[in-house]
Design a protein around this ligand. Structure first.
Ligand code: DAH
Length: 342
């Protein structure tokens, strides 16, 4: 082996282990640079004879070419390997399922309100809303509940000042609507909304809950109209086979007043734990609008009669879906809310 071969071996040995651009640049400088090993070989030229020089010169040039080609090839191979590693690392699997977008859904109470609205709008009713901060006059007095009337105790109230309170029921919207038409025209409305009572929250009580009020005032309105309307509602909410029964009750704003029961959807009236073995479940209060209420809102009770009803929305939802604690509606536990996503 001559100096050429030794140099070549040493070069290739270093080339093999060179992994970075820096190492390659250093290798190039060490061999092909100004003071590099190959350049140094050239310096021998001057000591050679005329005849030896061209041959020697050619060998050096050939060596120079070989080394620089080997360097370039190695550099390209390194770049390729680097690119491949990068591509492998950044690979995207377009067949992987994407992240699902979480869609919101109607709250169960909104769904119940909407289905009741749908029914009544189909029967020609208008949907009305009223303020949650209400005057004592509309919440009580014009509903035949003067100050100090004992029935006010049925609805423990949040007063803001002596004449203003958070409405305890949706019934004041009746008064507002009758006054709006000045006691001159028939009305047919339902009024969904939030109401407030000073109750301690527990499984069946909440200081805030929802009601839907219904009111029809017209010439010749009768208890039979009320019963037919409520039967339709009970069947829409609890199934086409349901029947209802009316029990005498008392509300200051209706006379006569009734509690309405629906035949049990679980046992069909035979008696079970859901209906406490009575075959019926109480769902709402109703009655014929009291003459005093009609008069205070401008109607002549000889010309107009009316019926009214008040439905507790949470109660309907609890019955329909077997929910045992009213607080579930308000605590926004996603596991609960998702059960009703349709
Ligand atoms: N306002 C009553 C309550 O909150 C419910 C009610 C009963 C409304 C009878 C009515 C009705 O319109 O006729 O307890």
């Amino acid at each position: 082996m001559d100096a050429f071969d030794t140099l070549k071996h040493a070069f290739h040995a270093r080339l093999k282990t060179s992994q970075t651009d820096q190492e390659l640049a250093q290798l190039k400088a060490d061999y092909l640079g100004k003071k590099g090993e190959v350049t140094q070989l050239m310096q021998v030229m001057k000591d050679l004879s005329e005849s030896e020089r061209p041959v020697y010169g050619q060998r050096v040039n050939a060596l120079k070419k070989e080394l620089s080609e080997a360097l370039n090839a190695h550099k390209k191979a390194l770049e390729k390997a680097l690119l491949e590693a990068q591509l492998a690392a950044e690979k995207i699997d377009v067949t992987l399922p994407g992240d699902r977008v979480q869609l919101g859904a109607r709250h169960i109470l909104s769904s119940i309100v909407e289905s009741i609205e749908d029914l009544f709008v189909g029967l020609g009713y208008q949907v009305k809303e009223g303020p949650e901060i209400e005057s004592d006059e509309f919440n009580f007095e014009k509903l035949n509940l003067p100050k100090h009337h004992p029935a006010r105790d049925m609805q423990d109230s949040f007063y803001i000042d002596p004449n203003t309170l958070l409405r305890t029921h949706t019934s004041p919207v009746q008064v507002r609507t009758m006054l709006e038409v000045g006691g001159q025209k028939p009305v047919k409305i339902i009024c969904p909304g939030k109401v407030y009572r000073r109750d301690d929250d527990d499984a069946t009580h909440s200081h805030q809950f929802m009601q839907i009020e219904g009111l029809v005032v017209d010439h010749h309105t009768s208890m039979a109209d009320l019963k037919g309307t409520l039967l339709k509602m009970a069947q829409t909410m609890f199934g086409a086979d349901r029947t209802i029964r009316l029990r005498p009750s008392y509300f200051p704003f209706t006379e006569p007043s009734v509690e309405v029961d629906v035949s049990c959807y679980n046992c069909d009236g035979a008696g079970c734990s859901i209906c406490k073995h009575t075959g019926y479940i109480e769902i709402l209060g109703a009655g014929m609008v009291h003459d005093n209420v009609l008069k205070m809102s401008g109607y002549d009770p000889k010309e107009y009669q009316g019926f009214a009803f008040g439905i507790g929305v949470e109660r309907i939802a609890m019955l329909k879906y077997g929910i045992e604690d009213i607080r579930h509606f308000y605590t926004n536990d996603m596991r609960f809310l998702r059960m009703f996503n349709q």
